[in-house]
Design a protein around this ligand. Structure first.
Ligand code: NAD
Length: 347
């Protein structure tokens, strides 16, 4: 009887290949699976790409994060290996070729909202860091240097903050800055949200208006073909001298060459980046004893007024546990019904 049970369970168990896993992913996914049956997770350190796709053999689903490569070549290999589902452990799906996924009959699910507060709070922290220079004073004081020269900041109260993309994260970032710091918060979004006013955000009609008015700009829209390099030479030229730019969304929203030109000219007051357009080569790994071959990235790291973190904005206990719970639920629903509430549609 026991043998029959285990044979039935083997037949009904969905095998999931989880890529790019760190200890914290394993801990949270194992915790989410503890109370459930029918899912068997295999953890792999490397990111998914055309070389590592071979590891998906014998799995019905793959689970990936922001920097895994899921283009047409990879999807064709997954299809050949019998993969039917992709469960993203994140909200953004710009790294998945949705048309190719549809062609190979692979369904894609995501975690649309795991903790917008985590990212919004980090974006505000990053803004305070670049404006008030916490990171510099931390290093100075530890070296016994208590001079204030070079640490001069400005008040956030009364400044105009432009929020590009007033979805879940943009709204909360706007609310913290409008209601907590008394900033004048303006927003631009092609699909305005009726509740924006309650969050203290006033819409402007065009991106151009937002760029011209803002002392601080914070990016919160997804990376799509329309938004790729939305911050470029032309749009930066519209911004005020000394403008502060914060990007906790996706690196590809900014043309890094343009950003470097605007930094070298002294036009940008300060920049806070949690993301970089070619971050996959370095982020989520210890590269401290490696040569950086990306000269653009290396140049970016040299500016005194650029603060960079390694895609950390989402990284809170609450977010990790929400990501794991939703991912496991997505997989279970997909297996049971062939669909789930967080399906990403190829529009
Ligand atoms: P969301 O879908 O709730 O909101 C995105 C908003 O952007 C929507 O209101 C949409 O209408 C708007 N938008 C679309 N195109 C636009 C354009 N051209 N100009 C201005 N606005 C536009 O998403 P969210 O949960 O608020 O997340 C925003 C982004 O944050 C995600 O796409 C993701 O890339 C990023 N993110 C980063 C981290 C991190 O750790 N750094 C974590 C989670 C999400």
């Amino acid at each position: 009887m026991e043998r029959l049970d285990s044979q039935i369970s083997a037949l009904t168990t969905m095998k999931v290949a989880v890529f790019g896993t760190k200890k914290y992913d394993i801990d949270s996914l194992d915790a989410a699976c503890r109370a459930t049956t029918g899912i068997e997770l295999s953890y792999f350190d490397p990111l998914l790409d055309k070389t590592t796709a071979v590891l998906t053999e014998g799995h019905q689903a793959v689970c990936i994060f922001v920097n895994d490569v899921c283009d047409a070549t990879v999807l064709e290999r997954l299809h050949q290996h019998g993969v039917k589902y992709i469960a993203l452990r994140c909200a953004g799906f710009n790294n998945v070729d949705l048309a190719a996924a549809a062609k190979f009959d692979i369904k894609v699910a995501r975690v649309p909202s795991y903790s917008p507060e985590a990212v919004a709070e980090f974006a505000v922290g990053m803004l305070l860091t670049v404006v008030r220079k916490y990171h510099k004073s931390f290093c100075r004081v530890r070296e016994g240097n208590f001079l204030l020269d070079g640490l001069l900041g400005f008040n956030l109260a009364g400044k105009t903050v432009g929020i590009i993309g007033t979805g879940k994260i943009g709204l909360i970032t706007g609310r913290i800055l409008a209601k907590g710091f008394c900033c004048n918060v303006v927003g631009y979004d092609p699909y305005p949200t009726p509740q924006a006013g309650e969050y203290g955000i006033k819409y402007v009609d065009t991106l151009e208006e937002l760029l011209k008015q803002s002392d601080i700009i914070s990016l919160h829209c997804p990376l799509t073909e329309q938004t790729r390099h939305m911050i470029n030479d032309d749009t930066l030229a519209l911004t005020k001298p000394g403008v502060v730019l914060i990007n906790t969304s996706r690196g590809g929203l900014i043309d890094t060459h343009s950003l470097i030109r605007a930094l070298k000219s002294g036009h940008l007051g300060a920049v806070g980046l949690d993301v970089y357009e070619r971050e996959a080569a370095y982020f989520f790994a210890d590269s401290s004893a490696k040569i950086i071959h990306d000269d653009v990235f290396a140049r970016l790291l040299t500016f005194y007024n650029v603060f960079m973190s390694g895609h950390q904005a989402y990284f809170t206990q609450e977010a990790l546990s929400n990501i794991a719970d939703t991912t496991v639920k997505n997989l279970k629903d997909l297996e049971a019904t062939g669909t789930c509430e967080n399906l990403v549609l190829n529009k």
